[in-house]
Design a protein around this ligand. Structure first.
Ligand SMILES: Nc1nc2c(c(=O)[nH]1)N[C@H]1C(S)=C(S)[C@@H](COP(=O)(O)O)O[C@H]1N2
Ligand SMILES: [Mo]
Length: 411
């Protein structure tokens, strides 16, 4: 990212003009390429689209509000997900199609000594931090849940990893002066519901979490400004936590002196307060908590489900892993249904919140089906479970997945 603030501001203005010209929801022209997400409940075919502003080729989950999924092949190229193929998820369709960077203000109100209205120029003058972090939707992989649950039927691509550049939320809160008795901090963005009775999207963090020095108001993503659909001009980054908290187009921060009892914290995004957020399908009357930290996951990216490859005595397999709210310590790979595991070689460490590349060379006895299982262990010894969990929200899928390929012919 250019360190020259004037340059950033000029670049922002150019982007906003370009965005304004593109009709965001004017019915994207749909290319005819189809992709199969291999969802166990069927109905797994999706269209590829490149019709959204700032976005390249994406899996179309929904047009309005836009839900765009990243194809798994993108994760094979780099542990950092390019901005133009970073997934997109919004709850309400009333999303500004442009943002006036001169007029934009981030307000800080509520239980503070000095309510603030911060311009982008002021934000850019605060001390900066940058780190890599995975942004993963709470419902990533929901389409793999069995029995099927309501909600967006995502494959595994409702996630992405980027280098986020911005300022500490703590510094912003300190400017406003948090008053004693503050309990939570609530965040809102420029988007709005299409009907006035629907609840505007707000999320809250506990005050100590908000002030931990890691939670960030980001304006840079992989060395560029944020794409409009990923929250231009600035968004919250809550590293290690599911992205429902990563409020986009962030324009309001409110310090609360009581826990947030609004819809998006009290009713939505609640998970069973059970190990792994797991309950029996149909279970009732179990306690719930707001979804929070992420857990370890890993994926094969060098092959897709059903791929056919030539037989050889050994096969190289690669992919990505994340440690959740901790670093990736180990990835192991099995091709015999979990009876034996081989430790993969890890790629460069980009920090505990980042994706990490892994690669393994597996021996093959004969041509035929190869069920590839991968398991990530994080730095505090938490590993992916072998069995899938279930909950009615379709949240927190994190079990060991199986990618089935077939080897044929060859020597
Ligand atoms: N303002 C706003 N921020 C939001 C949301 C939203 O609907 N509005 N959705 C959240 C959810 S549930 C997800 S998964 C992430 C998606 O981030 P992305 O679109 O940049 O990938 O944005 C989060 N931030
Ligand atoms: Mo999400």
């Amino acid at each position: 990212m250019q360190d020259d603030r004037a340059t950033l501001a000029r670049a922002n203005r150019r982007q906003f003009l370009a965005m304004g010209a593109a009709g965001l929801f004017s019915g994207p022209a749909i290319a005819q390429t189809l992709v199969d997400l291999h969802l166990p409940g069927g109905n797994a075919s999706r269209t590829m689209t490149d019709a959204f502003p700032g976005k390249g080729s994406m899996i179309l989950q929904r047009v309005r509000p836009p839900l765009l999924e990243t194809p798994m092949s993108v994760f094979d190229r780099d542990v950092f997900t390019p901005n133009d193929q970073f997934f997109v998820r919004w709850h309400w369709a009333d999303i500004p199609t442009s943002v006036d960077v001169e007029a934009f203000r981030l307000t800080v109100v509520g239980h503070v000594n000095r309510p603030l209205s911060i311009s982008l120029a002021q934000l850019l003058r605060l001390p900066r931090i940058e780190y890599a972090a995975v942004n993963q939707c709470s419902g990533n992989s929901r389409g793999l849940f069995q029995p099927r649950v309501a909600g967006a039927q995502w494959g595994n691509g409702a996630m992405g990893n980027a280098r986020w550049l911005g300022v500490r939320l703590r510094d912003i809160l300190d400017l406003a002066g948090v008053r004693p008795g503050a309990v939570q901090v609530r965040f809102g963005g420029l988007d709005q519901p299409v009907v006035p009775t629907a609840p505007d999207f707000f999320k809250s963090l506990d005050i100590d979490h908000a002030r931990d020095g890691e939670v960030m108001v980001a304006f840079g993503m992989n060395g560029e400004q944020l794409p409009l659909l990923n929250g231009f001009p600035c968004r919250l980054i809550v590293p290690g936590w599911y992205s429902t908290y990563w409020v986009k187009m962030l324009n309001s921060i409110e310090v609360l002196d009581a826990p947030d009892d609004f819809y998006w914290m009290a009713k939505a995004y609640k998970i069973p307060a059970t190990p792994g957020a797991n309950v029996q399908p149909g279970a009732k009357d179990y306690p719930t908590v707001p979804i929070n930290r992420m857990v370890p996951r890993s994926w094969v990216t060098s092959f897709g489900e059903g791929d056919r490859v030539g037989f050889a005595p050994t096969i190289p397999i690669g992919g990505i892993a994340m440690g959740g709210d901790q670093g990736v310590a180990k990835v192991d790979v099995s091709i015999d249904g979990g009876k034996s595991w081989r430790i993969a070689t890890l790629g460069p460490d980009h920090g505990r919140y980042s994706f990490r590349r892994w690669d393994a060379v597996m021996p093959l006895a004969r041509p035929g089906p190869v069920p590839i299982m991968t398991r990530c262990w994080n730095s505090v010894g938490v590993a992916q479970p072998l069995r899938p969990i279930w909950n009615p929200g379709g949240f927190m899928r994190a079990n060991v997945e199986v990618t089935n390929i077939v080897t044929a012919g060859g020597a």
